[in-house]
Design a protein around this ligand. Structure first.
Ligand code: FES
Length: 108
């Protein structure tokens, strides 16, 4: 099937591979929540809560540019990494196929 694939690296180093349809306009946060990952998304995807904070382990260059609002939120986090992004700000697209991420949350 020709979906958009996302690999999630779990704390025990096992990998889960998710596939999203290309035509639904989901954000990565919505995909993770729909698959029962532990993400609160308290702000509903407005780049205001950082509970959807992820680290992109591979494929960072495939992602859309970071906005000022996303950067400002990430910059407040105690656990920011080089590959940090907010999953709610990443609309799934073909260009993002096959990235690998870790779920970090807001560090609290
Ligand atoms: S869901 Fe709140 S910052 Fe992403």
């Amino acid at each position: 099937m020709n979906g958009i694939h996302t690999n999630i690296l779990k704390p025990d180093n096992s990998l889960i591979r998710l596939e999203a349809p290309t035509d639904m306009g989901l954000s990565l946060m919505e995909l993770l929540k729909a698959n029962d990952f532990d993400i609160l998304a308290t702000c509903g995807g407005m780049a205001l809560c950082a509970t959807c904070h992820i680290e992109v382990v591979s494929g960072f260059e495939k992602l859309p540019a970071i906005s000022d609002a996303e950067y400002a939120m990430l910059d407040t986090l105690p656990n920011i990494k080089d590959g940090s992004r907010l999953a709610c700000q990443l609309r799934l697209s073909d260009a993002m196929d096959n990235i690998t991420i870790k779920i970090l949350g807001d560090g609290n």
